[in-house]
Design a protein around this ligand. Structure first.
Ligand code: AMP
Length: 562
């Protein structure tokens, strides 16, 4: 096998200190993702950076590791924050600060997420004690600046994460206010999934001679495309193991390789799949050569049907029987996707590539489609009814085989005695039932919510609906499928703009800006669509919160809110 990528840079090659290398190895990261490979060296050298990368590429570690590296390397006043990471939502603030905390544990990094909705008192106490990395939503950061509780004059690094989202949510002014409070010679890092003109302007104003990195610009070589059916399923993280089980049940692969990001994920998923009746084997960097050989033998001779692996461990594997490649997460770069699925569809055989994506990773799928110039078909996770139908189909096929085999004579007496009492049809039904149950198909009753992606960038949709001359909104008869419309007791007359609502909802509830649907603003109230599953939580978290400095009523829309 020599179709492996040449770039085998390790985290150690990137010049990271031992404390960070140990943290990464403890997390089961085996090698840097492409964006980490490209971003870490210039960032560690103090350069500004403009990076186009979506969630799922490993961008958090790409900026967090150099921040920690630089912080550990220099002399400084430990009372003032070293770095500020600005993120659009509370959810991301928590995620990013957890990541920075995990990477920087051995370095004793003190990290604090600050976002609206959390009592400010606790944040004040922690800030007073001294924090190294502050991860904040812009609104809350401005609050702290105006109270004088967040001091940025000794700051050395500012990161704008998901900058396009922050602009979509109306945080542009807040970003300017915050950046104006930081030293002019700070290092500035900007990551954005898309690069519209507004991001370019933001970068021109605030970044100085930045290194530019784009993940997903390279084109796949023409003619490289294998004969592979490519599908993707968008599934919330909590439902991924069950969704994968169902997809595999329906696909019934002869042999499949399931790619995971980390060692822990490989081990956990192997266990889950074995529990579901698969014969799954794990393969990752922590596995000895001897074990590896054993696993490969099992896969080749058919005693195992699934291989759960990291990219590193799967290097150099060539498995003849492979019919399916499964990406348990969206790969960190399109090249990695192309490389993985290059293992199937060879020599004219058909192959199937399956990708599970979390709702936030939807953008990365689009990037992969663009780069590979191939469609990835969005499919619905099989429902419980689909699974039942599929299992019955398998039982039917097995009975059909058995009928063709002509070795049924010895059972005739059983049928004959039963037909004294029952109809032949009934006897057949009972026999089918027993045969079906004997396949040991485990009951799977978990509901997996269906994800309905909406078209068009959220920002554009909202912008249109916020403007215009109409005094009262023309209300659509019903909210979109899967969405609940909320009534918010403040509207145009209180100066409410769509971005204020998005900011409040995304900041207070654990909801991504993109998940918020249509917004309509009337004179004295507004209507906002949120996913059904999040409605209750949004109402609860907005209770007591303020929008534009006012407390507002928030409730489910009644039939007629006026
Ligand atoms: P992000 O794009 O920063 O949201 O990261 C996506 C996911 O990839 C997170 O769950 C990270 O923990 C994980 N991750 C980041 N870098 C690596 C790596 N080098 N190896 C394995 N997993 C990683």
């Amino acid at each position: 096998m020599n179709d492996e990528p040449d770039d085998r840079t390790s985290f150690a090659d990137l010049g990271l200190r031992p404390e960070l290398l140990r943290a990464l190895s403890g997390l089961g990261y085996e090698e840097p993702t492409p964006i980490q490979r490209e971003a870490i060296p210039p960032l560690s050298a103090g350069r500004d950076l403009l990076g186009q990368a979506a969630t799922g590429t490993g961008k958090t570690a790409a900026f967090a590791l150099p921040v920690l590296e630089r912080m550990a390397g220099g002399e400084r006043d430990r009372r003032a924050p070293f770095a500020l990471v600005l993120v659009p939502t509370r959810e991301l603030a928590v995620q990013v600060s957890e990541a920075v905390h995990r990477y920087g544990r051995e370095l004793g990094a003190r990290v604090l997420p600050i976002y609206g909705g959390q009592p400010i008192g606790r944040q004040l106490r922690v800030l007073e004690q001294g924090v190294d990395v502050v991860v904040a939503t812009p609104g809350r950061a401005v609050d702290h600046l105006s109270r004088g509780t967040l001091k940025l004059e000794h700051l050395e690094v500012v990161v704008l994460d998901e900058a396009d989202e922050m602009l979509d949510m109306g945080f542009a002014e807040d970003l300017d206010t915050i950046l104006a409070e930081t030293p002019a010679d700070r290092q500035t890092v900007l990551f954005s999934a898309t690069m519209p003109g507004r991001i370019d302007r933001l970068a021109r104003t605030h970044l100085s001679d930045p290194v530019r990195i784009t993940i997903g610009r390279e084109q796949a070589e023409p003619g490289e495309a294998p004969r592979v059916r490519q599908s993707a399923y968008v599934v919330p993280r909590a439902h991924k193991p069950a969704a994968l089980g169902r997809v595999l049940d329906v696909e019934a692969p002869t042999a499949a390789i399931v790619f995971c990001r980390t060692r822990d994920e490989v081990d956990q998923l192997t266990e889950t799949l074995n529990g579901r009746g698969y014969r799954a084997e794990s393969l990752h960097g922590g596995i000895s050569q001897e074990q590896r050989d054993r696993v490969m033998t099992r896969l080749r001779n058919g005693t195992a049907d699934l291989l759960v692996a990291t990219d590193v461990a799967a290097r150099g594997l060539d498995i003849e029987q492979l019919t399916h490649v499964v990406n348990y997460n969206v790969p960190s770069a399109p090249e990695s996707y192309v490389h993985r699925i290059g293992r199937i569809g060879r020599a004219g055989r058909e192959g199937v590539a399956i990708t599970l994506a979390e709702p936030r990773e939807h953008g990365m799928l689009k990037t992969i489609e663009r780069v590979t110039k191939q469609r990835i078909h969005m499919e619905k996770v099989p429902t419980i009814a689909d699974l039942r139908a599929r299992k019955l189909e398998l039982t039917r096929a097995a009975l059909h085989e058995s009928l063709l085999e002509d070795d049924l004579e010895s059972f005739r007496v059983v049928v004959e005695t039963l037909t004294d009492e029952f109809d032949v049809m009934e006897v057949a039904l009972a026999a089918v039932k027993l045969a079906h149950e004997a396949t040991g198909a485990a009951a799977d009753e978990e509901e997996i919510p269906e994800y309905v992606p909406r078209s068009g960038p959220a920002g554009e949709r909202r912008g249109r609906e916020g403007g215009g001359e109409r005094r009262e909104p023309r209300r659509p008869r019903r909210p979109s499928a899967g969405m609940t419309r909320l009534f918010v007791g403040a509207g145009r007359s209180s100066g409410i703009r769509p971005q204020d609502l998005v900011g409040a909802i995304a900041g207070e509830a654990r909801l991504n800006g993109r998940d918020i649907g249509a917004i309509e603003i009337a004179d004295r109230f507004s209507l906002v669509e949120v996913p059904d599953s999040a409605a209750q939580q949004v109402i609860a978290s907005l209770r007591g919160a303020t929008i534009k400095g006012r407390k507002v009523t928030v409730r489910r829309e009644r039939d007629d809110p006026r």
